[in-house]
Write a protein that binds this ligand. Structure first.
Ligand SMILES: Nc1ncnc2c1ncn2[C@@H]1O[C@H](COP(=O)(O)OP(=O)(O)OP(=O)(O)O)[C@@H](O)[C@H]1O
Ligand SMILES: [Mg+2]
Length: 262
């Protein structure tokens, strides 16, 4: 169906007797910007792996970019999806340069596999690194970067193939206050760009949700607590249920702030 980027119906994921996701039904339409929020262990990364065609669910059906998981060649599907997560970062070979890591994002692979790239690819890689404020890192080895620098490089890599779907798993985790605010601002600019891909970002903190994000899904213990338009989902009731502590939430100049409500 036109406009649907993700369609999950009754998705469950079980591993070694544990239920990681239970009965998740979720639709993401073209050009929406989603944030997935929930406590540690809620199943956010698992959900993103399903959305990225990296994990097949135990039950339910998944359509990604109008291809049904299980009936499509995931190796053709994966290059259409940009993924930035620490799970990818951990697999980067030692010695890999920032430039090579971003360039290989075009092929959804790790490790440089051919010596020559098109000069247009090279120009795009540098342009993306510039847009994320890290063009000066281009010749560095990825393994020598700080946490914040790594996050930005990973986002540049995820954007490299001009994906139709962009998945970001905790892009602001490990960043200092200035770095977080800078990244949130850059993600806000991306969210406002109509040419930018449909985006799903995972975070623990509503303070990290950039302006321009349109929808939210709250997860707790593998189940959806609420999902829909961000201002309808981000209520004290939903957040309290999601995190299991009494919470209040405010919005100021397009940004969200949550506090314990004791
Ligand atoms: N192979 C496995 N076997 C059993 N349990 C697993 C397995 N893989 C993950 N889990 C559990 O599934 C739950 C969901 O994991 P997931 O990584 O999706 O959570 P998360 O919401 O991303 O958490 P965090 O905020 O800490 O990143 C966790 O409790 C985790 O321990
Ligand atoms: Mg996670």
């Amino acid at each position: 169906m036109a406009g649907e980027v993700l369609q999950l119906r009754g998705v469950g994921v079980r591993r070694e007797g544990a239920t990681l996701l239970r009965d998740v039904t979720w639709t993401v339409n073209e050009n929406e910007r989603w944030v997935v929020v929930g406590p540690n262990g809620a199943g956010k990364t698992t959900l993103l792996q399903v959305a990225g065609a990296l994990l097949h669910p135990t039950e339910g059906s998944v359509e990604i970019l109008e291809e049904e998981l299980g009936r499509t060649d995931v190796f053709e599907l994966r290059p259409r999806i940009g993924v930035a997560s620490s799970a990818v970062a951990e697999k980067v070979p030692t010695g890999e340069t920032v430039l090579d890591l971003v360039l290989t994002g075009s092929y959804a692979i790790l490790g440089r596999w051919q010596e020559e790239y098109e000069s247009t690819d090279l120009a795009r890689a540098i342009e993306l690194l510039e847009a994320l404020g890290c063009a000066d890192l281009v010749k560095r080895r990825f393994s020598t970067l700080s946490e914040g620098e790594r996050k930005r490089v990973q986002i540049a890599r995820a954007l490299m193939p001009d994906p139709e779907l962009l998945l970001l798993d905790e892009p602001a985790a490990g960043l200092d206050l200035g770095g977080r605010e800078d990244l949130v601002r850059r993600l806000g600019i991306l969210a406002d760009d109509p040419a930018a891909p449909t985006t799903v970002m995972v975070t623990h903190h509503v303070e990290e949700v950039p302006e321009g994000f349109t929808h939210a899904l709250l997860l707790r213990k593998g189940q959806v607590v609420a999902s829909g338009k961000v201002d309808e989902v981000f209520t004290p009731e939903h957040l309290t249920e999601c995190f299991g502590v009494p919470l209040s939430i405010d919005r100021q100049n397009g940004r969200w702030y949550a506090r314990a409500a004791y």
